[in-house]
Design a binder for this molecule. Structure first.
Ligand SMILES: C[S@@+](CC[C@H](N)C(=O)[O-])C[C@H]1O[C@@H](n2cnc3c(N)ncnc32)[C@H](O)[C@@H]1O
Length: 233
């Protein structure tokens, strides 16, 4: 039976709270370090227009928010997530690095910010988990200032062809096993490939963003394993 949006949100929140302590390690391990390259590219695109106030939404353990702050120390960076244990790790990392990023609890579908508050918004591997994509995009548009930029880094459904087959095998079999063993949560790492298969194609996501009023382009990374969508308001 399909979950209601509220049930899906609760499930996602519980899952990320559970895997928080091993989340960073598994990211590096399971992507063979490629996620760092993808994040750097997302950061470069987000900073292109020299934003002064940046929201890193679904910030998790804060990697992207911290990268943004390091690359643009003069900008105000806020990281928002609804899984408290992830935010606790993010805060510790910021403190250890001496970086001033405000990490606060919040739901992507009802953001605790006024209209037109941010010049840029980034979301890395978070958008897929939102329970209602059009509602999330409308909310993002609300808090983004006119002329602001939205950058979404995500895993599109696996590409076709031989590479797609190998990738599906890795993503569908190896990753859930390693992720489950290391994190202790088999459910979370089974959810990852399932949610990626169910995610809109890059063209479909572009259309959703356009319907929300963004001018959109996207680029595929590492043979289409990851994609970055850039939406200008
Ligand atoms: C795969 S993690 C990505 C974390 C981080 N952005 C990164 O790149 O490592 C997804 C995050 O999205 C958060 N999340 C999912 N749905 C959310 C929502 N509706 N509001 C706020 N955070 C949400 C989860 O709690 C989780 O920390």
């Amino acid at each position: 039976m399909a979950l209601s949006p509220e049930e899906k949100a609760k499930q996602v929140q519980r899952m990320f709270s559970e895997i928080a302590p091993r989340y960073d390690l598994l990211n590096r391990l399971l992507s063979f370090g490629a996620d760092l390259r993808w994040r750097k590219r997302a950061v470069a695109l987000a900073l292109e227009r020299r934003p002064r106030r940046i929201l890193d939404l679904a910030t998790g353990t804060g990697d992207l928010a911290l990268m943004l702050k390091r690359r643009a120390p003069e900008a105000e960076v806020v990281g928002v997530d609804f899984a408290r244990p992830m935010l606790e790790i993010a805060r510790k990392k910021a403190e250890a690095l001496g970086l001033r990023v405000a990490f606060q609890e919040g739901d992507a579908l009802a953001l605790p910010f006024p209209h037109a508050h941010f010049d840029a918004i980034t979301i890395a591997f978070g958008f897929r988990n939102f329970a209602d994509y059009p509602k999330a995009l409308a909310e993002l548009r609300r808090v983004l200032a006119p002329g602001g930029r939205l950058v979404i880094l995500e895993f599109p459904p696996p590409p076709r062809g031989v590479f797609g087959l190998v990738y599906r095998l890795y993503f569908g079999r190896v990753l859930p096993l390693v992720g489950g063993l290391v994190s202790g949560s088999f459910g979370a790492y089974r959810y990852l490939p399932e949610s990626v298969e169910a995610f809109p194609s890059p063209e479909a996501l572009k259309a959703l963003m356009e319907a929300a009023g963004f001018r959109v382009r996207y680029e595929l990374l590492t043979f289409g394993v990851a994609a970055i969508h850039v939406g200008d308001g």
